[in-house]
Design a protein. Structure first.
Length: 166
């Protein structure tokens, strides 16, 4: 019986986190913990970190530093290939493919949000991603269909430009 209560508490907490991030500029986990406390929700930093990971929250650069943003997958449902993520990614994305590796360039501070979106897409043939500040390394399986992967990326990121393909 306690598990049901814990699940409801988690659902409420995560919904509140989504609303707070959507409605306010939040720059740190400490700020978010304080806002949760103001809404009578007490949690640990470890639990908050897990929540942020599950909600695919990313930190992106803005004119005053970094802030939390919701990835396009904010309901924990599998995104469809027709979902556009342009709202979280300003500017153009460029990709260069060589063998089983792709290097995707974003605006500074947006690689984490784009990589979280890519991971959520679960494109067949993608082994994983590694994100820096403005660059993402996408590692492909040896049997990956690069045309399928590019089509999937372009569906979600219509502004994607292919620089080079080998």
């Amino acid at each position: 019986m306690a598990q049901i209560s814990d699940d409801k508490t988690k659902q409420y907490r995560q919904q509140l986190i989504r609303e707070l991030i959507r409605d306010k500029v939040i720059r740190s986990q400490d700020d978010l913990l304080e806002l949760l406390k103001n809404h009578n929700v007490t949690t640990t930093q470890a639990t908050l970190s897990r929540d942020l990971r599950e909600l695919q929250v990313a930190k992106v650069a803005d004119s005053k530093g970094y802030k939390y943003v919701l990835g396009h997958n904010t309901t924990n449902a599998m995104p469809t290939r027709n979902t556009h993520a342009s709202s979280i990614v300003p500017g153009n994305l460029t990709i260069e493919i060589s063998g089983q590796m792709c290097v995707l360039h974003t605006m500074p501070g947006y690689a984490g949000a784009v990589a979280a979106t890519l991971d959520a897409m679960q494109l067949r043939g993608v082994m994983g991603t590694l994100a820096g500040d403005d660059t993402i390394l996408i590692i492909l399986r040896s049997d990956a269909d690069k045309v399928y992967i590019l089509e999937g990326l372009r569906t979600t990121f219509p502004e994607l430009t292919v620089v080079n393909t080998l």
